[in-house]
Design a protein around this ligand. Structure first.
Ligand code: EPZ
Length: 416
């Protein structure tokens, strides 16, 4: 298993360009299965989850060409097959192929998805919505055998504004008969991105970014050329890296409006932040201030995907901070590892109380999921001495060569 080895204590300084969004491109790649012809995607991140997804598209008969950060996908020879469970189990977003393949081929046999172990992550909301739209779903030996031949647009109410369930309903409804309205939909920027891409391909979707999304089913979709938006979680991670190391960085190719809660909280922590049209400058304080109470939640609340990284920053604050994780029931795996580095964090249910300490000490720690690994790297950048973060494979799922980015900003970090 790969690992990161970090010699801490060096402030991050410099300029970095943020890559395309992992959680933006993954639903779009599933959406490409709805189109006939050629799609060109620009500004694609070279990360493990994208590579896994392209493998699945090739299994389905897509012809794929890569040119630097652009991917050309031709779907004319696509055929419906049972995507092998190994591929599906590699990540959470593979469940989006359920909606896309049902939309295109009206039937699919698919296994349960995998993904970071940050909770049970059931797919009951996806299945409930699909059944309400007339999809018949039978489970046989862990495989979901689905038939959408009688699928018709419906009014769907999601019990929780699930990002994945919202995306899956959009993918199914886009080329199904009738009109679908999704109530209590997720409002994340990645939903808006999916709507933008599918409408470029000829879909008729309105309302993404609000709790009510309406989709008029169309006969078929054509390919399109599209540039993936910046990754707001990668951007927030880099800003936290500057904050925890008393550094000063400028991010290029970012959308500050999609990061409002993170920027506000970094400001509360004492960082000086200046926003331009598509760049953000951050200068860290000499001493991080505690932040009273953060609770993660569906957008536009503080993003759960930034919770571990922000907690690393608060371990060095001049007082006590409180973070409640309300989205995933098991997203505190970084806490035990941060405490091995000298952090003072106690947990009461879904709430962490972070008492700031003077400094962190380098240690041998284990990244147990994508954002946990990122949080431990940030802590290692600030710690005295050497830190080794195991399980680099998780971090590589969502960050493209993070060690090279931090090295370019002055850090001493290697992937080995
Ligand atoms: C997406 O996951 C993201 N992944 C996650 O990012 C992100 O943390 C999450 O949305 C919330 O913003 C991708 O986009 C690939 P959910 P998703 O469905 O769709 C429960 C990262 O680090 N739920 O909104 O799986 C679920 O268990 C990853 O980049 C059900 O109970 O998130 C969770 O508690 C991690 N039943 C909550 O809803 C369902 O059918 C939110 O899940 C679906 C979800």
């Amino acid at each position: 298993m790969d690992r990161y080895r970090i010699e801490g204590g060096r402030p991050l300084k410099g300029i970095v360009t943020v890559r395309g969004s992992k959680n933006g491109i993954l639903p779009i790649l599933a959406g490409v299965m709805l189109t006939k012809g050629e799609t060109i995607l620009h500004h694609c991140p070279s990360i493990a989850d994208v590579h896994f997804t392209l493998e699945m598209l090739e299994q389905l008969g897509c012809r794929i060409q890569k040119q630097n950060r652009s991917i050309i996908i031709n779907t004319n020879d696509c055929k419906n097959i049972d995507i092998n469970s190994k591929s599906v189990q590699k990540m959470r977003s593979s469940i989006l192929f359920m909606g896309a393949l049902l939309g295109r081929f009206k039937e699919v046999n698919i296994g349960y998805p995998g993904g970071c172990e940050i909770g049970l992550r059931p797919i009951d909301l996806h299945l409930k919505a699909f059944r309400e739209m007339g999809v018949s779903i039978e489970e046989e030996k862990g495989i979901l055998c689905c038939d959408a031949s009688k699928c018709i647009g419906q009014k769907i109410n999601l019990d929780f504004p699930s990002v994945g369930a919202t995306e899956n309903c959009i993918l199914l409804a886009t080329i199904s008969k009738g009109h679908t309205t999704i109530y209590n939909a997720a409002c994340e920027p990645e939903i808006v991105e999916l709507q933008t891409f599918l409408n470029l391909c000829g879909a008729n979707i309105k309302g993404a970014g609000t709790e009510c999304i309406s989709i008029e089913g169309v006969q078929e979709l054509h390919g399109a050329e599209y540039t993936v938006s910046p990754d707001r979680i990668e951007a927030g991670t880099f800003l936290c890296g500057a904050a925890i190391t008393k550094g000063e960085i400028e991010l290029k190719n970012v959308c500050a409006d999609n990061m409002r809660q993170v920027l506000l909280r970094l400001g509360e922590a004492g960082c000086i932040i200046k926003e331009q049209k598509d760049s953000i400058y951050l200068k860290a304080p000499q001493k991080i201030k505690p932040v009273s109470r953060i609770h993660t939640g569906p957008y536009p609340d503080f993003p759960t995907d930034m919770q571990p990284q922000f907690m690393s920053v608060l371990t060095l604050a001049s007082g006590t901070s409180i973070i409640s994780e309300t989205v995933f029931e098991s997203r505190f795996k970084h806490i035990s590892e941060l405490c091995r580095m000298g952090a003072d964090i106690t947990v009461e249910g879904q709430t962490a109380i972070i008492k700031g300490v003077k400094s962190l000490k380098g240690a041998y720690v284990c990244g147990r999921d994508l954002r946990c690994g990122a949080a431990l790297i940030l802590a290692g950048l600030a710690a005295e001495g050497e830190t080794v973060v195991e399980n680099a494979c998780y971090v590589k799922r969502g960050y493209e060569q993070i060690e090279k980015v931090f090295t370019s900003l002055g850090a001493n970090i290697v992937l080995e």
